[in-house]
Design a protein around this ligand. Structure first.
Ligand code: 5RP
Length: 275
């Protein structure tokens, strides 16, 4: 793990050239980590991580995957700022309806995998990141398109606040591993999951709608609350073999680098270790 902290004037090149250590605030830093008016510490941490990642990894003429959730909003804002200031040509591939709206609302160029089947970089949030850079994703229910987009990117970058940083999956994220399922199969998939792997499974229910959450793909989400630490690569493969499962929120061995915005206003960087 690399600890960058309190970034100084921070651009992609500046960050790249900087040796490991705490970085000072970049030009995008608006206030102290203790928050601007109306902004929580976690929100500021998300913004710091997002800005550091965009400044480090985005270059002209790239095809970029845009993740979903609240952290990615900050990345899109910073991206739009850079596109305008530096006159960059960037094409964006969304991972959800939300991401598509964000791209359009921020005046960025929207595309799709038909036209751009290979991406240079995908940037996305996560619900938890372990010490091997394995992730739980899907808190926002967009895991399937997120995994597709990340899977076709040459480089997958994750941005998160300090609350997502853990050693072992399940240490921080207590809502379980999201699993997208075909609606007609949610009961047998639930039974197969608990029988094979233990724990408890819940059908995710909508908040401002009667009934379950329906994903952008028209499916349901099961949240599997596991009761022990598993070998996550094997479990992920096994879950995907259950008929009716579309995708899991386990992102194993996919992320190259994770940027965590920290409570003290620094950005901590976890990188994939060479095997
Ligand atoms: C949505 C996701 C999000 O990236 C994840 O839930 C993190 O969200 P946030 O940035 O709001 O914490 O996987 O499916």
């Amino acid at each position: 793990m690399r600890l960058l902290g309190r970034p100084g004037p921070l651009r992609s090149t500046a960050l790249a050239a900087r040796p490991p250590g705490r970085l000072r605030a970049g030009p995008w830093r608006r206030g102290s980590s203790r928050g601007r008016l109306g902004s929580t510490m976690a929100e500021e941490a998300k913004r710091l991580a997002a800005c550091a990642a965009v400044d480090k990894h985005v270059q002209n003429n790239q095809v970029l995957g845009i993740g979903s959730g609240s952290t990615i909003v900050h990345a899109v804002h910073r991206l739009a700022e850079r596109v305008k200031e530096e006159n960059l040509t960037i094409v964006c591939i969304p991972t959800s309806f939300q991401a598509r709206q964000l791209i359009l609302q921020n005046g960025l160029t929207l595309s799709d995998l038909d036209r751009h089947p290979e991406l240079d970089v995908a940037i996305d949030g996560a619900d938890e990141v372990d010490s091997d850079l394995n992730l739980i994703k899907g808190g926002g229910g967009c895991l399937t398109q997120e995994k597709i987009v990340a899977g076709y990117a040459k480089c997958f970058i994750v941005i998160a606040d300090y609350r997502k940083k853990s050693e072992s999956l399940g240490e921080k994220w207590k809502k379980g591993i999201p699993i997208e399922v075909i609606p007609m199969a949610y009961v047998p998939v639930t039974r197969a999951l608990t029988k094979t792997f233990g724990g408890a499974v819940e059908l995710r229910m909508a908040v401002s709608k009667a009934g379950p959450v329906v994903t952008d793909n028209g499916n349901f989400i099961l949240d599997w609350k596991f009761d022990k630490v598993h070998e996550w690569g094997e479990v992920n493969t096994a879950i995907k073999m259950i008929p009716g499962v579309v995708e899991t929120g386990l992102f194993i061995n996919m992320a190259e680098v994770v940027y965590f915005g920290m409570e003290d206003g620094s950005v901590s960087v976890r990188e994939k270790q060479p095997r």
